[in-house]
Design a protein around this ligand. Structure first.
Ligand code: ATP
Length: 307
């Protein structure tokens, strides 16, 4: 479990993390989201004792990271997959880490197998692809068999098989009762992996809720209707209080009416409908709505920079 209590970090005049309070529960995957510069890395660094809070505190399994006698067994993290000596083999890198922390060699083999690195474990890390480097970083995070796992952008550079592997692995770790924190800018992947979402913006907490609640609180439910008479149906739905948001020659999307109401209107007016689907609000839509006022680096600002 991770508990942040009025966690704050200032760099000079800049407040990177601003009075954050949250609890990350074990047994589920928690997605940690926020626009660039929101303070995610700073928060993760403070959880891992790599940065000190200016005020407030954060604990892992009840204690600040530095106060754990064997922290690698408490929390494992992937923060920067590039921090490995390039001339070392993956096996030697993990073996050296294991030796430092009194972890047996058998565990090194276990994490190599678990992360699919067996075939390349003897090769120089300098020749690794981005995806292989990510797998090595995850292997290192799991080395101490930690109760809490923090993975910052773990699917960066992974191919579809690798992305699916991270999803399955993180879900399995959570199912074993571990605390799993995942940050990613890939919303569709996050939507399929996380059970719970914490969103921050400009260092402050914006949302801390189950995935379902985040999705339901986002854009209102949309329904897609395929029909041969979209224009006529659009008029009928609008007069019934619905809002037609998109239309084409054979389909439309509407909000404000249930699928049942739409089906009834179509039937009553003899409009043939050959598809009627409730479209799930996407995490991306919900996220954009939540963070629209907290994006630090607007594209417009970038475009006008230097004028
Ligand atoms: N060492 C530092 N000195 C000064 N400012 C810093 C330092 N580290 C981070 N910041 C600032 O604090 C804010 C939060 O940065 P942080 O890297 O935690 O954001 P992030 O959410 O991880 O962003 P990204 O998604 O881009 O990685 C940013 O405005 C950043 O410029």
């Amino acid at each position: 479990m991770i508990q942040a209590h009025h966690l704050t970090k200032r760099y000079g005049a800049k407040t990177a993390v601003d009075d954050l309070c949250f609890t990350v529960q074990p047994g589920r995957v928690t997605g940690f989201l926020g626009p660039n510069g929101a303070g995610k890395s700073t928060t993760m660094r403070m959880i891992l004792g790599l940065d000190r809070p200016s005020t407030g505190s954060v604990t892992v399994n009840g204690k600040p990271y530095a106060q754990h006698r064997a922290p690698v067994h408490q929390v494992g993290a992937l923060l920067d997959a590039k921090g490995v000596h390039p001339s070392r083999s993956a096996y030697d890198h993990l073996r050296a880490m294991a030796a430092t922390h009194g972890i047996p060699r058998t565990r090194v083999r276990e994490v190599i197998d678990l992360t699919g690195l067996s075939a390349v474990a003897g090769k120089r890390v300098g020749g690794f692809s981005l995806g292989m480097g990510q797998r090595l970083g995850i292997a290192a995070a799991l080395l101490g068999d930690p109760q809490t796992i923090i993975l910052d952008e773990p699917v960066n550079g992974l191919d579809p098989e690798g992305v699916l592997w991270v999803r399955t692995l993180t879900r399995q770790l959570a199912a074993e009762g571990r605390t799993v924190v995942l940050s990613s800018h890939l919303m569709s992947e996050m939507a399929q992996t996380a059970d719970h979402i914490i969103v921050i913006g400009r260092g402050r907490l914006i949302a801390d809720a189950p995935m379902r609640e985040i999705l339901d609180g986002g854009t209102r439910a949309r329904t897609r209707v395929r029909t041969e008479e979209p224009a006529r149906l659009a008029d009928l739905l609008t007069s019934a209080g619905g809002h037609v948001i998109t239309g084409s020659s054979d389909a439309l999307e509407a909000t404000g009416l249930t699928t049942r109401q739409i089906a009834r209107i179509a039937l009553d007016h003899h409009v043939l409908v050959h598809e009627l689907v409730t479209l799930q609000a996407s995490l991306e839509d919900a996220y954009m709505e939540l963070t629209k006022d907290d994006v630090e680096y607007h594209s417009l600002e970038l475009a006008t920079e230097g004028r």
